[in-house]
Write a protein that binds this ligand. Structure first.
Ligand code: TGC
Ligand code: FAD
Length: 390
């Protein structure tokens, strides 16, 4: 059984509204009931559990902050964060699916799309009838998406799209891809590419040791004819995809707390049950140091995420503030997973416990949505005014 008990050392719950708590508790109960019992086997078998898509839609994980008229849940940013926290408590790969659908597919269609595109795609994406993916990264351009080679030319009644994207979450089963590509002038635009368009394929990426319960793939465009009405009209340039990343990175800053909480809670319980030298291992100072540092770091991360959420609700969260929270909270979770794994000794490496799975998942989370180093350089640029990228 899933015995998880969420830590709340500084009564962060008191900062939440009744609605926040209701949303969070609904997501928490769903993860216990529908994710925890199956997730380990899915990860072991490298299978994405498609059966949970409807559940994700029901708890409001697809477009939580979008208006009700498009199928969204009309919630605020803190509710969005709390949903991501609870899902990632179950598994980072499932949170990835939700992050991509909400922040990287629904958000750009809502924000940069026209009314016809919103009405066509958003309700289906909110209900999970359709799934989406986001193609920015390419084989030769990861941290530096401005260098992308994928491009399209205007053929009068359609655009002709060529190129390839790599490392794309949800790609193998997505019905629609938000694809970032350059036009003849080298300007970046978003195109909605649907499964079934001739010349479009999505081969799956195999042999991952991380995010094994999430499906990752390539997007290959070989002379794909994209109807002209499928271009996102309201924003172009690199700022368009980067704006989506702000929303996804915000969710990850919360999500990582969930993974860390699960590792901490597991290690705490184990430390009271496991005896060596005639005492529970939790009585040894070295193990108490690990646990005390874990709860301290989780508490700091919770406060950072909560404050960022209030800023985002007011429309005042800067990209650099979001980078700081993503970077700090993911590193916090990785360190906690590693320490918790040690506390379980040999048992820590098995699938009997969730820790090793979280630890391996978090290696991807450290890298995607901007690597740990890139986020540090974003902070560096923000505080010095000196750009390390140019
Ligand atoms: P730079 O010249 O700084 O910026 C280009 C234009 O973009 C604007 N901008 C932003 N706009 C909105 N949000 C942001 N976060 C923005 N950051 C920059 C900027 O103002 C500028 O606008 P304008 O009007 O002046 O043109 O761009 P650069 O080429 O120097 O690159 C900067 C850098 C390195 C920080 C950026 O490219 C970057 O963040 N690189 C990391 C790439 C990345 O994060 N990729 C993620 C791919 S998606 C993914 O990983 C999904 S994982 C699945 C899951 O979420 O679970
Ligand atoms: P690189 O950019 O080649 O970086 C390699 C190393 O060099 C890193 O340590 C980096 O920090 C460092 N580095 C690079 N530039 C600098 C610099 N200027 N200064 C100092 N160090 C630097 N992308 C999508 O578009 N959509 C998705 O859905 C998606 N899902 C993903 C799922 C998974 C499981 C993974 C692993 C990745 C996913 N990505 C996705 C791609 C992800 O965003 C990229 O992996 C990430 O942006 C880094 O790019 P890269 O892997 O090419 O590494």
């Amino acid at each position: 059984p899933d015995l998880f008990q969420a830590p709340d050392y500084y009564q962060v719950d008191d900062l939440l509204s009744e609605e926040h708590k209701l949303v969070r508790n609904t997501a928490r109960a769903w993860v216990k009931r529908d994710v925890s019992p199956i997730i380990e086997e899915c990860a072991q078998q490298a299978k994405f559990p498609k059966t949970i898509i409807k559940g994700l839609a029901k708890i409001g994980a697809f477009g939580p902050d979008l208006p009700l008229e498009y199928g969204g849940a009309g919630l605020d940013q803190i509710s969005y964060g709390l949903i991501m926290q609870e899902i990632e408590r179950g598994d980072s790969g499932i949170r990835s699916t939700a992050s991509v659908q909400s922040s990287l597919v629904m958000y750009p269609i809502f924000t940069y799309g026209n009314e016809t595109q919103r009405k066509k795609y958003l309700p289906k994406l909110a209900s999970g009838e359709w799934m989406g993916c986001f193609g920015l990264t390419e084989p030769n351009h990861g941290s530096n998406p401005a260098g992308m080679e994928t491009s399209f030319v205007d053929k009068g009644d359609h655009y002709l799209l060529n190129g390839a994207k790599m490392w794309i979450s949800n790609a193998p089963f997505a019905h629609v891809a938000v694809v970032w590509a350059k036009n003849e002038e080298g300007r970046i635009h978003g195109l909605l590419v649907e499964r079934g368009m001739e010349g479009f394929s999505t081969p799956e990426t195999h042999n991952k040791w991380s995010l094994r319960a999430s499906a990752t793939g390539e997007l290959i465009f070989n002379n794909v004819k994209v109807p002209k009405e499928n271009i996102l009209p309201n924003k172009s340039g690199l700022g368009a995809p980067l704006g989506c990343l702000d929303s996804a990175r915000f969710g990850i800053a919360w999500g990582a707390i969930g993974a860390a909480m699960d590792c901490y809670d597991t290690a705490l319980r184990y430390s009271k049950e496991r005896e060596q030298f005639g005492r529970p291992i939790g009585q040894f100072q070295l193990q108490q140091k690990k646990l005390a540092e874990m709860i301290t770091e989780i508490t700091k991360a919770q406060l950072l995420a909560w404050r960022l959420g209030t800023l985002k609700n007011e429309g005042n969260a800067s990209s650099a503030q979001i980078s700081m929270a993503k970077r700090n909270n993911v590193e916090m979770a990785v360190k906690i997973a590693r320490a918790a794994r040690q506390m379980l000794g040999g048992m820590g490496i098995t699938g009997e416990y969730s820790i090793m799975r979280h630890m391996m998942n978090l290696e991807s989370v450290l890298t995607y949505e901007g690597t740990h180093d890139i986020h540090l350089l974003i902070t560096g640029f923000d505080i010095t005014g000196l750009n390390a990228f140019s």
